[in-house]
Design a protein around this ligand. Structure first.
Ligand code: NAD
Ligand code: MG
Length: 361
């Protein structure tokens, strides 16, 4: 088991990372939340069926008053309706300001339960117990949100958890597609921070079919370290935190254009990163070994090109609507070098030409 500290201006909090550490959740929860009146586990159906009983029994062994609110699995649960149901559940079961919420699941549950915790009685403590690889990203940094029909993550808050308890055992049941989706964010954290980490990944990981628990811990530790370093400096995304959007400008457009759920977030981001790398080489006249990175992405199973049925114009339209776009200048995170991100803005016409050139290469 290893322990890290996330330092944010709001509060420092620990991350416990290890294989089979679920048994310690009660003890660690009590070390960061003094004498909680009730514990509300918010989880999704899949995670509940797999591990719900285990987590409840671990907590009940500490004589804690435990309740579980189960939401449907998947992005659809980041909705007003589900958010409202969770609040109603909390009120009906007499949760109060001394209660603690546990977000038990992937990023969807983390964002939803975190937003419930941020707003219930003006904010109560919550703990992240992530069960996906992608959650190494979503559980750290305190951004919590639900979706509005007009846009993803549009209704939210900054609310840091009191602790993150990450048991890699859970990842054993995670489907390959979800592992790959989370792995894309691991790779992203490498690209924006640490060249040698990327080189090591490229040397050692040739398939995601049989990643070991040690490898998962290695990915998660690195991903969390990079995210934590950025969040510590820029909790509310006024500067450096924007680098975390590497691969996301095109990635988000692709996700939206294909229809959410048709491509995983990570696959879309991977494709976006590839374009950003290609563009970085062009703009900064550098050689990042784009071709070998592309081959490696292909080996891992990431999509390395955009389906021909998708129009470049439509992608541009989507990027213009992104909440990070200012005065129709599209903001891109590029790399001056691997590990050295910079922000660049493009007008739509220039970006259109680049995107087309990349697509027809
Ligand atoms: P998810 O929570 O929907 O989990 C993916 C799927 O895996 C779900 O069907 C879930 O039921 C299932 N699952 C979860 N754990 C499992 C396990 N151990 N075994 C088997 N199946 C399991 O999705 P995700 O990819 O973890 O998270 C995506 C969400 O995270 C998005 O909504 C995104 O906006 C959000 N996010 C937030 C931040 C942030 O900073 N707050 C950052 C990145 C992503
Ligand atoms: Mg992302």
């Amino acid at each position: 088991m290893e322990q890290m500290m996330i330092q944010t201006k709001s509060r420092p909090y620990p991350v416990f990372l290890g294989d089979g550490i679920i048994d310690n959740v009660g003890e660690w929860l009590l070390s960061v939340c003094n004498n909680p009146s009730k514990i509300l586990i918010i989880t999704d159906q899949t995670v509940k069926d797999l591990y719900g009983g285990k987590l409840e029994s671990v907590l009940k062994a500490f004589d804690l008053d435990v309740l579980t609110c189960v939401v449907p699995s998947g992005e659809q649960s980041k909705s007003f309706e589900t958010y409202y149901k969770c609040l109603t559940f909390a009120l009906e079961n007499n949760l109060d300001r001394e209660s603690v919420i546990i977000a038990f699941g992937g990023g969807v549950v983390g964002d939803l339960a975190g937003f419930v915790a941020a707003t219930f009685m003006r904010g109560i403590p919550f703990i992240q117990v992530p069960t996906t690889l992608l959650a190494h990203d979503s559980a750290v940094g305190g951004k919590v949100a639900i979706n509005h029909p007009l846009g993803k993550n549009m209704i939210g808050a900054f609310h840091q958890p009191h602790a993150i308890i990450y048991d890699t055992q859970f990842l054993k049941t995670l489907p390959l597609l979800e592992i790959r989706s989370g792995f894309a964010e691991v790779v992203k954290h490498g690209f924006i921070n640490d060249r040698s980490f990327v080189e090591n990944l490229m040397k050692t990981i040739h398939s995601l079919n049989h990643v070991t628990s040690e490898q998962l811990q290695w990915f998660i530790r690195k991903g969390i370290e990079v995210k934590a370093e950025i969040v510590a400096e820029d909790e509310r995304e006024t500067g450096k935190r924007a680098f975390l959007n590497f691969g996301h400008t095109l990635g988000h457009a692709l996700e939206a254009e294909l229809g959410y759920g048709k491509i995983s977030h990570g696959d879309a981001v991977a494709c976006g990163m590839l374009f950003a790398l290609w563009l970085s080489e062009k703009i900064f006249r550098k050689d990042f070994q784009y071709k070998s990175i592309k081959n490696w992405f292909n080996e891992i199973g990431f999509p390395v090109k955009i389906d021909e049925t998708i129009q470049t114009e439509s992608l541009l339209e989507r990027m213009k609507k992104d909440k990070k776009t200012v005065h129709s200048q599209i903001r891109f995170v590029l790399l001056e070098d691997i590990g050295n991100p910079v922000l660049k803005t493009f007008d739509t016409h220039t970006l259109y030409s680049f995107l087309n050139e990349w697509r027809t290469e």
